[in-house]
Design a protein around this ligand. Structure first.
Ligand code: SAH
Ligand code: SF4
Length: 436
């Protein structure tokens, strides 16, 4: 989602004379977009700001030019004024629901560093309505935020505090943005939301639509070929969305459905509002409708009170699901969340060991999922060139990176049929069958 926000900030600033530069040494404006989901986010922000201070001082000495520094994202939201206090060379602090105001905030920057601009409101006019319609050229694959914020309040999670209440963008605004992305050459869109499948809005028939209907509507856009979405919540996995995985050929066979733990005790303490069995039932149903679907998930190990028995239940759930890919994290105390003050915190050594066990298992499942694709035929979207001569990198329908070679210089953005020749932990290799 931060990646999407950064792209939108770039779109927003372009009409004001700014453009992206790889080199921050001579940048007129540096925007540090921050994430607060796990530990060390705040420390990382301040150490990055120290590095930025050196850069802007060197530039000032060499060229006499003053750079503007903005801190955006969820650390900005959580820290607010504190950022200016600790890093007085920062000019702007802007939260994730207010970055549409960046041009105004930049215009107000005081040349002698006196007045600072802090905007961490949750405005009532949603930011998407105010974001400039301008969309700059992207690669062949783009993100599109359709839902933001969360009302579920899992006890470990900072999202409801930094991104605010659950909000679904209206259908028209999403379709318009998707069409504008297609106009600049995008072929694949990943719909984003903290709980993307909680998206709900009035449909074309005035009925309430969920994510499944939205995906079916987006699929009508001719040049949009691949549709993905992330991240979903088990409680919002409705039958319409599950059916889309069977019926909608543009919807990729990949589902990221976090469960966090395989133990009902832990799930309860996390306030997840579903049991391990209910989660497994959803997976079973999804596979009934689309047996080939790749399942992915998120796990937190060492949540306060997690016993060895709870941990083994997580291992057992992972074995039952057999994931194609998954993310796992050590529980990290987030300030202001209920979990951070639970008394029975798990010690670091135990967390490390449990994470190792979970990751070893997930790694082996991922490798065997990848190996099963050897000799199969796959259509991949070519995303970029690789490091080696003639090498390209594409993405498979199952979200795997696929390396292949071609002396055709112009393949980025094309769909290529590949025969898969080998499989590794994080990637596949293939040979071209035909272009289409
Ligand atoms: N809405 C999604 C997840 C969004 S947050 C869901 O409910 O499943 C993305 C992931 O970050 C989570 O799935 C979780 O695994 C991880 N995460 C969030 N807070 C965390 C914390 N305090 N410690 C460790 N991992 C965390
Ligand atoms: Fe965070 Fe997801 Fe829980 Fe919402 S549902 S509080 S985003 S983990």
């Amino acid at each position: 989602m931060n990646f999407y926000d950064s792209e939108r900030m770039t779109d927003l600033l372009k009409p004001h004379g700014y453009q992206l530069d790889d080199n921050e040494d001579d940048a007129d404006l540096i925007v540090l977009n921050t994430c607060h989901i796990r530990e060390k986010a705040v420390e990382k922000t301040y150490s990055e700001l120290g590095r930025i201070r050196d850069k802007i001082n060197t530039r000032k000495e060499k060229t006499g030019k003053r750079s503007i520094v903005a801190v955006a994202g969820c650390v900005a939201q959580a820290q607010g004024k504190e950022i200016i206090k600790r890093s007085p060379w920062v000019d702007i602090v802007v939260g994730p629901q207010s970055y549409q105001n960046l041009p105004e905030l930049i215009a107000k920057v005081d040349p002698v560093y006196k007045n600072k601009n802090i905007n961490i409101d949750f405005p009532t006019i949603p930011k998407f309505d105010q974001l400039n319609a301008n969309i700059e050229k992207r690669g062949p694959s783009a993100f599109l935020t359709i839902q933001e914020g969360c009302d579920k309040f899992c006890t470990f999670c900072v999202v409801p505090y930094t991104r605010g209440a659950e909000y679904s963008r209206p259908l028209k605004s999403i379709i318009d943005e998707a069409k504008r992305l297609i106009d600049v050459g995008v072929k694949e869109i990943t719909l984003l939301g903290q709980n993307v499948n909680a998206w709900s809005s009035k449909g074309l028939d005035d009925q309430n639509w969920g994510l499944g209907r939205l995906i079916d509507e987006l699929a009508k856009i001719n040049d949009l070929k691949f549709i993905r979405y992330t991240t979903s919540h088990p409680l919002d996995m409705d039958i319409e969305l599950i059916k889309s995985h069977r019926d909608n050929k543009k919807l990729m066979p990949y589902l990221h459905l976090p469960v966090q733990s395989g133990s009902d005790n832990v799930l309860k303490m996390m306030n997840r509002k579903h049991s391990a069995k209910e989660y497994l039932k959803i997976i079973e149903k999804v596979r009934d409708y689309n047996p080939k679907i790749a399942i992915s998930g998120d796990f937190i190990v060492g949540f306060p009170g997690e016993s060895e028995k709870d941990h083994l239940l997580t291992i057992s759930l992972i074995k039952q699901v057999n994931y194609a890919q998954a993310y796992s994290f050590k529980y990290s105390k987030r300030p202001g969340t209920p979990g951070s003050v639970f008394l029975n915190q798990v010690n670091e050594d135990t967390k490390n060991f449990r994470l190792y066990e979970v990751q070893e298992l997930l790694r082996s499942q991922q490798l065997s999922f990848n190996k099963k694709t050897i000799n199969s035929k796959m259509k991949v979207l070519v995303l970029k060139k690789g490091k080696k001569k003639y090498q390209y990198i594409g993405r498979s329908p199952y979200n795997q990176s696929v390396y292949f070679s071609s002396n055709n210089d112009n393949l980025i953005g094309s769909f290529i049929d590949l025969s898969i020749t080998d499989a590794f932990q994080n990637s596949l290799t293939g040979n071209i069958l035909s272009d289409f």
